[in-house]
Design a protein around this ligand. Structure first.
Ligand code: NAD
Ligand code: DAU
Length: 365
């Protein structure tokens, strides 16, 4: 394959998973990266500070829906593959305002597919065969599982319940159609909840670490018994690398961590690790457990009860399995946030405070 000298075209590479992917791709010596990111509130160049002077990384600020720009990037850089991370990714924000989700996740993905198709059609035979368009999607497109129901397989029907998951589902359908209709060599990955370094503190785990350290309430929606499957972000990135390398065009691969937990368990685990690593003592020198900050708040509308991923296909066909357990991954994550309080301080700016006021103000937190 021509993977060594030709660049990979990453979109959304200044966000949480995208930046982890770019950093690891370069650290693995996989070749140059062209990174297109709009730098919305969720995109942050500080995530890429470690590769600031790395000539293998070309960062371009821009929108995946900007056809002229995307066409120019394809023509100039001639990538061997695209990985589309760019998205509006937060379910609660999609409930407050779905418009941006429709624009980026659907229209943006469509325009990116069109530009990729035009570029791919003009490639010489060998390069056309080895080209890949990997679309990063989510387990949320499958909807909500009953307790005890089998985990999502790739053939599970799509039943998205939030504007976010509906917009991701629409993009997945377009990706599929571009394979069936035009033969574009696409790959789709549907992954469970990620956690790890550089996750924006609007998402459950970093929000709780951030709030706990500030002595603020830890908001748990509803009864806290909703179940998610948790995957350490580096494991998601290694799965994507493996799918680019060996995935079959037109196929979808579920990616998960085999770590089903209730939200309340997750928050309590974070609290226990913080109790150990950063105990809070008051004048009496009695330790106050962080779990005392847990506050049950009004539930998320349309809140999916359970997600669970059956990741046996990617294991069987591509030999990928996660390396972190939840216990090892969550400890690394808490340590990272404790060591990177400057990063957190920088992202929790004015815009972040406005969001938390809007989201939690009427929940009494
Ligand atoms: P994120 O919100 O942290 O990052 C998204 C990035 O996309 C940001 O850097 C943002 O600036 C950029 N972006 C947004 N709109 C853009 C546009 N129009 N053009 C170019 N760039 C744009 O998201 P994340 O958590 O890193 O998720 C990345 C992808 O993985 C998303 O597609 C998401 O649906 C998917 N996913 C996320 C998870 C998770 O647990 N976080 C799990 C499964 C799948
Ligand atoms: O499942 C994959 C998805 O995981 C990705 O596709 C999304 O991009 C990503 O944001 C994530 O979605 P969730 O809605 O599951 O993640 P979030 O961290 O927002 O919430 C995790 C669970 O915790 C969910 O059941 C809602 C709950 N929650 C969340 C927040 C922010 C709370 O109880 N309190 C909170 O304050």
């Amino acid at each position: 394959m021509t993977m060594i000298s030709k660049p990979i075209f990453v979109t959304g590479g200044a966000g949480f998973i995208g930046s982890n992917f770019v950093l690891e791709w370069l650290a693995c010596g996989k070749g140059p990266v062209v990174n297109l990111d709009k730098l919305t509130y969720a995109g942050n160049l500080a995530n890429l500070a470690n590769i600031y002077n790395d000539s293998r990384h070309t960062f371009v600020r821009g929108d995946i829906a900007d056809t002229k720009l995307v066409e120019r990037l394809f023509a100039e850089h001639r990538p061997f593959a695209v990985v589309n991370f760019a998205a509006e990714s937060h379910v609660d924000r999609s409930i407050h305002g779905p418009g941006d989700f429709i624009q980026t996740n659907i229209v943006g993905s469509f325009r990116l597919l069109e530009a990729a198709r035009a570029y791919w059609s003009g490639l010489p035979e060998g390069e056309r065969t080895s080209f890949r368009f990997l679309h990063v999607s989510t387990d949320e497109v499958y909807g909500s599982l009953e307790p005890g129901a089998p985990a999502f397989q790739e053939s599970h029907r799509y039943e998205p319940n939030s504007p976010y998951s509906a917009s991701k589902a629409a993009a997945d359908h377009l990706v599929r159609a571009y394979y069936r209709t035009y033969g574009l060599p696409v790959l789709t990955t549907n992954c469970s909840n990620n956690y790890g370094p550089y996750q924006f503190p609007e998402k459950l785990i970093p929000l709780c670490i951030h709030n706990a350290l500030a002595g603020k309430p830890l908001p748990v929606y509803g009864d806290g018994q909703q179940i998610r499957d948790w995957l350490y972000v580096a494991d998601h990135c290694s799965a994507i690398r493996r799918v680019i390398e060996a995935g079959q065009p037109g196929e979808t691969y579920n990616i998960g961590g085999y770590n089903e937990k209730t939200n309340l368990d997750v928050v309590q685990t974070v609290c226990k690790i913080l109790d150990e690593l950063k105990p809070v003592t008051y004048h009496s020198s009695r330790i106050t457990p962080y779990a005392s900050l847990i506050t049950f708040v009004k539930d998320r509308p349309g809140h999916d009860r359970r997600y669970a991923i059956d990741a046996r296909k990617i294991e069987r066909e591509l030999g990928w399995r996660p390396t972190e357990t939840f216990e090892t991954g969550i400890r690394k994550t808490v340590l990272w946030y404790l060591d990177n309080t400057n990063w957190v301080g920088n992202v929790t700016s004015g815009a972040y405070r406005e969001w938390t006021a809007k989201q939690y103000g009427d929940r009494g937190v």
